[in-house]
Design a protein around this ligand. Structure first.
Ligand code: 4AD
Ligand code: MG
Length: 450
């Protein structure tokens, strides 16, 4: 059996005019009016196909019309063009095989369901229109990212998932161990990790950046794209314990070159998704977020804002009474502050740069003012922080000084510091939260649904 896929058929139906083809899929609806019935068949393509089942053409008509929503069918039939109808073509069935009947308690019936309800049916949730649109876009966006970097000579590297290294220094790691929690080996009142699988304490990675930098210093341009884990206690609609991060790292590139790359990448991915997923986006624009298409178009067509942290604080101080969290130079911006800047002041993506060094990681490049570092976050309307990145501290002594200031163990970073001893150079990188990008591309407001 060689089946035609509905996504291909929808694109090229005219080429199939009057041809006999085979389709496989699941029924979205089954409607019977005695001698003629209609099955809306879906095989994973966003747009389903209408199957016209006539009693006189289909031997097992009676069995077919008894089937429920969710049943899997294999349909043989002729492609009939219907230029006057809503759908441009339909399939006039000649043979239908019932592959797998669907029980009547199938939870996705015709009506629209809330995302909260859908979360309670994880097995079936991917079969509805919302998840179909969101996860096709997720897949296409991932491909667009690979395409973008591949076209620009970046090498895709896979950094370790299990590591002893806390890149962000926030102590938010999930520990990985084979020790028996009920019988921990102890030495001098402490757990003896020499008996653990790796002979030391290890965890799941929070970012591949530090390991990646060793590869960047060989290839010049690299990116990682994989799962990251954070045991941070922020139960918000934008935080997950397990998420995917995409991290480019570029040698011979300063903070300005970095922002250029970020802006180009975001515009490229959005344009690609708009081109490949027009049906999905039209659906999301209608049912999830009516401003979605206009917002995406607006982003592709306009320049992003580039603003210093210090200037942002001045803007926020003018309206500080409207915030729950107090505003003053030195604070780590809360999402209410970030959203005010990007949603109300500029109404477009904003690069916020040169943050106080106290609130940023040890590896960021120290500016000449002695107070700030060359960090840059990309803030976008509706989400807040989409990307976090920086120019890296390439000067060996400065980096060591910062490691010591923060009370980190220099020995743990000796392999990382070596990149600064053997041919150091101005380099920069960033991390994109992939689920946040998918939220941005789909208008879906909770990370649990992307
Ligand atoms: O800003 P972050 O912590 O940056 C880093 O980890 C750097 N080492 C990246 C780099 O420069 N190579 O995280 C990067 C991005 C954030 O901007 C955010 O989009 C996302 O990762 N992110 C999360 N997404 C979902 N759930 C969480 N708990 C997240 N924490 C960070
Ligand atoms: Mg960040």
């Amino acid at each position: 059996m060689k089946r035609v896929e509905i996504r291909d058929l929808n694109k090229n139906y005219a080429n199939f005019e009057n041809k006999e083809i085979t389709l496989c899929g699941w029924a979205r609806t089954v409607r019977d009016s005695k001698n003629i019935a209609f099955v809306e068949l879906n095989d994973g393509a966003f747009k389903s196909v209408q199957i016209v089942v006539e009693r006189q053409n289909v031997a097992n008509y009676e069995e077919v019309v008894k089937e429920n929503v969710g049943t899997s069918f294999c349909v043989k039939g002729k492609v009939v063009l219907t230029p006057q109808a809503q759908q441009p073509f339909e399939i006039s069935a000649t043979e239908i095989e019932i592959l797998g009947s669907c029980e009547t308690d199938y939870p996705l019936q015709k009506k629209r369901h809330t995302v909260e309800f859908l979360r309670t049916i994880p097995t079936i949730r991917p079969r509805g229109n919302l998840f179909n649109a969101v996860f096709r876009i997720r897949s296409v966006a991932a491909f667009a990212i690979h395409k973008f970097f591949n076209e620009r000579n970046f090498v895709y590297v896979h950094t370790p998932i299990i590591t002893a290294n806390d890149c962000e220094g926030a102590g938010e790691m999930f520990q990985v161990t084979t020790l028996d929690m009920n019988k921990l080996p102890m030495k001098d009142g402490k757990v003896d990790y020499s008996e653990d699988f790796f002979g030391k304490k290890v965890s799941l990675t929070v970012s591949g950046q530090l390991h990646e930098e060793t590869m960047t210093h060989a290839f010049g341009k690299t990116y990682t794209f994989g799962p990251t884990f954070r045991a941070e206690n922020s139960n918000t609609s934008r935080h997950a314990a397990e998420f995917w991060m995409m991290e480019p790292e570029i040698c011979f590139c300063d903070i300005n070159g970095l922002m250029d790359n970020e802006e180009e990448m975001i515009k490229y991915v959005i344009s690609y998704v708009m081109q490949e997923c027009a049906d999905e986006l039209a659906f999301l624009n209608k049912f999830v977020d009516t401003g979605l298409l206009e917002r995406l178009k607006n982003i592709v067509e306009n320049d992003f804002i580039r603003l210093d942290y210090t200037e942002a604080i001045a803007i926020l101080e003018k309206v500080k009474d409207r915030f729950v969290y107090p505003v003053k130079w030195g604070i780590d911006l809360q999402s209410e502050h970030e959203r005010y800047i990007t949603e109300e002041v500029y109404k477009k993506p904003v690069f916020l740069k040169n943050y106080p060094k106290e609130i940023k990681a040890f590896y960021m490049r120290q500016n000449d003012d002695g107070k700030t570092v060359g960090a840059v976050d990309l803030l976008v309307p509706g989400i807040g922080e989409l990307i976090g990145g920086s120019q890296r501290e390439e000067r060996y002594e400065k980096l060591v000084e910062r490691i010591e200031e923060l009370g980190l163990n220099k020995e743990d970073y000796s392999w990382y510091l070596d990149t600064r001893r053997y041919g150091t150079n101005v380099h920069s990188g960033y991390g994109l939260g992939f689920e946040r990008l998918v939220m941005y591309l789909t208008g879906v407001s909770n990370i649990r649904d992307v």
